[in-house]
Design a protein around this ligand. Structure first.
Ligand code: UT7
Length: 330
């Protein structure tokens, strides 16, 4: 059975910056509240010409370049996203066209856990021998679905994309993945209108039902429970313990969530990666963006053990244990 390993990493952030001061002018909030309650200082947001597919395509090109591959070399493209360009066609199809690939392309939707789910699909394809060069993209333009009159959510989210190339290899890279879903929590974090249950009508648009709604404290409690659980399960399945972990690369939703997880796992602070201050919660893009920051900072070394761990609406969660087999970024 071939192993699957990461051979390329790339990311893209839109140029437009939205600071906490900008948000102070839009809703009843303050820079101080946002920083102390979330750790976020600024985030990037798409402009009129951009969308999830354009962000994803930019990250995809960067990851392909890093892997030394062309789009035509790909056997499969898997896109994790929760803010697709359209209901259909898939954002995978749009990214495929933008980068000039010819392989099958598909979207995987598990809200902010989408990237980990997409990585699982890609890993299975490589390990089964059905594909040997797979591009995995995590991309979201969730600010398109954020209600900029709702201070409880609009301060949290930003846009962006990250991507990895996964290739068949002789030595193990992706060691194991733990995934989970609890649909009984599906009401906690939603975008209600726009699908087949609640098609967009003028009435629903007036009620602002096309926007994201969240019970923040419910999600917080869920996150600080499930991140340690899924991390420890995935590590145990890979015959590893928390002491073996060089980098915990968590979904960036709230610095207080990261701090609580750090305490609960008993992992040193300098092994828990955070870039939330500059990007906010970028949903499916969050984990590959974090990975790209670590990589381009020269923080990853061959043999390092990484935990890519996420949680999100659904409710969903997942952790991937990755043994880094690449060198540092050039
Ligand atoms: O990708 C996964 C998605 N989401 C998450 O992971 C989010 C998880 N949850 C959280 O990060 C936190 O629950 C929030 C950041 C969303 C909220 O923080 P909190 O400490 O749980 O605040 P809270 O909801 O308990 O609200 C405390 C107070 C409330 O005022 P009162 O009722 O005490 O007077 C809110 O109305 O803070 C108020 N508040 C704000 N004040 C200023 C809520 N949002 C804001 C705001 N600015 N932006």
């Amino acid at each position: 059975m071939p192993y699957a390993t990461i051979t390329g990493v790339g990311a893209y952030l839109p140029k437009r910056v939205l600071t906490n001061r900008d948000l102070e002018a839009m809703v009843d909030t303050s820079d101080e509240w946002i920083i102390t309650r979330t750790g976020i200082r600024e985030r990037r947001i798409v402009d009129e010409a951009e969308s999830t597919s354009t962000l994803g395509a930019a990250a995809a090109r960067a990851a392909l370049k890093d892997a030394g591959l062309k789009a035509k070399d790909l056997d499969l493209l898997v896109v994790g996203t929760t803010s697709p360009d359209h209901i259909f066609p898939s954002t995978g199809a749009l990214i495929q066209r933008l980068i000039g690939a010819r392989c099958p392309a598909v979207d995987v939707m598990a809200a902010c856990t989408s990237f980990v789910y997409a990585l699982q699909h890609a890993t299975s394809a490589v390990e089964s021998g059905r594909a040997s060069r797979v591009l995995v993209v995590g991309a979201d333009a969730l600010t398109r679905y954020v209600d900029f009159t709702d201070r409880t959510t609009c301060v949290l989210f930003g846009d962006g994309a990250g991507a990895v190339v996964l290739e068949a290899a002789d030595e193990p890279g992706v060691l194991g993945i733990d995934l989970g879903t609890d649909g009984t929590g599906s009401d906690v974090l939603t975008i209600k209108a726009g699908g087949s249950a609640f098609p967009c009508t003028a009435e629903r648009l007036d009620g602002r039902e096309q926007y994201l709604r969240m019970s923040g404290s419910e999600v917080f409690k869920f996150a600080v429970r499930v991140i340690p659980e899924t991390t420890l399960r995935a590590l145990a399945a890979s015959n590893l313990s928390i002491d073996d972990v060089d980098w915990l690369v968590p979904h960036q939703a709230n610095q207080r969530i990261l701090d609580t997880v750090e305490q609960r796992l008993g992992i040193p602070h300098n092994r828990v990666f955070s870039n939330i201050a500059s990007v906010g919660n970028t949903s499916s893009a969050s984990i590959p963006l974090a990975l790209n920051d670590l990589y381009t900072d020269g923080q990853l070394h061959p043999g390092d053990i990484l935990v890519l761990v996420g949680f999100g609406a659904g409710l969903t969660w997942g952790a991937a244990i990755v043994r880094w087999t690449k060198g540092s970024a050039e």
